[in-house]
Design a protein around this ligand. Structure first.
Ligand code: SAH
Length: 218
């Protein structure tokens, strides 16, 4: 008998728990609630629940579920946290963020117009009402600042100053930082009461480049 979409999702979540990438109930419930197949192109629907990155077109990718789980766990999310995502891509991670923080508290930015349209369409089809901005996320998004969390799903050469400025005291920046292509470290930086940052690294990762004024040149 073929498995239903829900069974595929439950199986993926069991696997991510077993390998200790999913550790908390909020992250587990988010993965159980968001249908990843609604965020991948038609030709990849069958691969939606494999633990692998997938092409979404225009040279961009949706990260592997294990990488997304790791990022969500280190982000220490909870309902009510104002969260800015840089690199909306397919909208899948924004939907997971909305599931945990509340959709009214999530803003996501995408710089490629075609990807932005793909994201809007996916979020609509999946039933989410999340603010999606078309623009250069290396400058953050002043209008909704300050944020409790700024999460970049594109690889930065360094943490842009605007993200530091738009973060609340006690807030976290989560971003892959390192080389333009193929190797970065996952950084988590906390804003201290005196305005300085306390930074930890959570291992190697591979993300597409953050392209923009305070990021990489195209
Ligand atoms: N979070 C996405 C994965 C995104 S891949 C998901 O769940 O599917 C990274 C995305 O960052 C790409 O779509 C890329 O176009 C976008 N990006 C790169 N530089 C950017 C910038 N300066 N501002 C906003 N988006 C950017």
């Amino acid at each position: 008998m073929t498995q239903t979409k829900n069974e595929h999702r439950e199986k993926m979540v069991r696997y991510l728990e077993k390998i200790r990438y999913i550790k908390s109930d909020p992250v587990k419930n988010a993965f159980l609630n968001v249908d990843r197949s609604k965020f991948v192109p038609n030709h990849s629907k069958e691969d939606a629940y494999r633990d692998t990155p997938l092409q979404i077109g225009f040279g961009q990718t949706i990260s592997a579920p294990s990488m997304i789980a790791l990022m969500l766990e280190v982000s220490q999310l909870r309902y009510g946290l104002k969260t800015l995502e840089i690199g909306a891509g397919s909208g899948y991670n924004a939907a997971l963020l909305a599931q945990i923080c509340g959709e009214e508290n999530v803003v996501t930015i995408e710089r490629v117009p075609e990807v932005y349209n793909f994201c809007i369409e996916n979020l609509k089809n999946a039933g989410y009402n999340i603010k999606v901005i078309l623009g250069d996320g290396t400058k953050g998004h002043e209008e909704d600042a300050p944020y409790d969390r700024i999460i970049s799903t594109a690889a930065a050469p360094h943490v842009p100053q605007s993200w530091k400025d738009q973060l609340k005291e006690g807030g976290l920046i989560i971003a892959p930082v390192g080389k333009k292509r193929y190797y970065q470290e996952l950084l988590v930086s906390k804003k201290m009461p005196d305005g300085t940052f306390s930074t930890s690294f959570y291992g190697g990762c591979v993300f597409v480049p953050l392209v923009g004024e305070e990021g990489w040149k195209e």
